[in-house]
Write a protein that binds this ligand. Structure first.
Ligand SMILES: Cc1cc2nc3c(=O)[nH]c(=O)nc-3n(C[C@H](O)[C@H](O)[C@H](O)COP(=O)(O)O)c2cc1C
Length: 176
């Protein structure tokens, strides 16, 4: 059966990718990674200088060219966008994806982030600005609690907030 939800994410060191895959299973969603052109920041075998440069580009670049994606948000009723918390701003590969695909987003969106500190409210607000719509729900998982019961609880809360949108979306799909 076609999936009703899409999860797109960017990651520097892999943590947001773990969240994306777990959410993909929980919501039976399609999952796609947003990757900068050139080496990914977490690619094995990169020298320290290249790793730092690719991370810095992802954070401070106004726009960063990204690799073509396979999936269009226009085909889904719910889209979740995930990235690491970095200095209160949306990382540039995600900004580029939103610039390319933002107009195709459905009304129902959610945001999630792996963080090193407190909830990244400024980044979620920046995401909402770039996506041009408020999220149904947000999830922030501190890196220190990934893989713990606390993470499970945060994820369950997020999925519960999104669930009301899902049966409706399935119904709409069946009716179309
Ligand atoms: C350059 C840099 C800036 C960061 N800025 C923040 C920040 O402002 N707030 C925060 O909570 N965590 C910050 N972090 C921590 C990351 O959000 C955290 O390590 C996260 O787990 C990385 O996710 P990823 O593995 O998906 O890239 C920063 C990390 C780096 C490398």
């Amino acid at each position: 059966m076609a999936k009703t939800a899409l999860i797109v994410y960017f990651t520097m060191t892999g943590e947001t990718g773990l969240l994306a895959r777990r959410l993909g299973v929980a919501l039976d969603a399609a999952v796609e990674r947003i990757e900068p052109r050139g080496p990914a920041p977490d690619q094995p075998g990169l020298g320290l200088a290249t790793r730092l440069r690719t991370r810095a580009e992802a954070i401070v670049g106004l726009r960063q060219p990204i690799r073509p994606v396979r999936l269009s948000p226009a085909d889904y009723g719910l889209v979740l966008i995930g990235c690491p918390a970095v200095l209160g701003r949306v990382p540039s590969p995600v900004r580029q994806w939103l610039s390319d695909h933002g107009e195709d987003l459905p009304p129902a969106v959610g945001f999630f982030a792996s963080t090193g500190g407190p909830r990244p409210e400024a980044m979620f607000a920046d995401l909402a600005r770039h996506a041009n719509r408020p999220p149904l729900a947000t999830l922030a998982v501190p890196r220190a609690c990934q893989g713990s019961e606390r993470e499970d609880a945060l994820m369950i809360g997020f999925v519960k907030e999104l669930l009301p949108a899902l049966p409706l979306l399935r119904q709409q799909r069946v009716m179309v």
